[in-house]
Design a protein around this ligand. Structure first.
Ligand SMILES: Cc1cc2nc3c(=O)[nH]c(=O)nc-3n(C[C@H](O)[C@H](O)[C@H](O)COP(=O)(O)O)c2cc1C
Length: 150
């Protein structure tokens, strides 16, 4: 599959998850473009021709989507995303009431804009960040089960 993988990060956890996910996807033969939501932004071209759009975000405030992820979504929602294959992951901290709440908020926003398909997700706690290999493998398993046309 041709995959666009975007992430936003403040202290690097979500970036680490994005890099490991990219590596796992490449090892399985997929073509991945890894991009930073702030530094790279959404390409001017229509993102729809890609087979899959994966987005990673941290959570801010009280379960909120960080501003840079919001800005990215605003650009993305200029397109008709209703039929887009998407997946969302996030890093969070169970010390907060709303664990990785930005992931759920993002799903809500996609639903509000007419996206009806399944959205595979992965959430990882800051304390588990040193040991994410299994999380990443099972996440990519679920992505392939859902989207890979055999
Ligand atoms: C001010 C602040 C608010 C946060 N709020 C939440 C939250 O509501 N839920 C959560 O799961 N994590 C919350 N976090 C934790 C971050 O999402 C977590 O540390 C994450 O791994 C940071 O990702 P990054 O390293 O990619 O920037 C918050 C962190 C800060 C500094």
């Amino acid at each position: 599959m041709r995959i666009l993988l975007f992430y936003s990060t403040m202290t690097g956890n979500t970036e680490d998850m994005a890099i490991d996910t990219e590596e796992e996807l490449i090892n399985r033969g997929h073509e991945v473009e890894l991009m930073d939501m702030i530094a790279d932004g959404l390409p001017n071209e229509d993102p729809l021709p890609h087979d899959l759009l994966i987005m990673g975000t941290y959570t801010w405030g009280e379960g909120d989507i960080p501003e840079e992820t919001e800005d990215f979504l605003e650009d993305l929602f200029a397109y008709d995303i209703s039929g887009l294959s998407i997946s969302i992951f996030g890093s969070g901290d169970h010390a907060y009431e709303n664990f990785a709440g930005a992931v759920d908020e993002m799903i809500e926003q996609f639903r509000e804009r007419g996206h009806k398909g399944d959205i595979p997700t992965m959430k990882v706690d800051v304390d588990e960040m040193d040991n994410i290999a299994e999380d990443i493998k099972s996440y990519v398993d679920r992505i392939e089960e859902k989207f890979l046309v055999k």
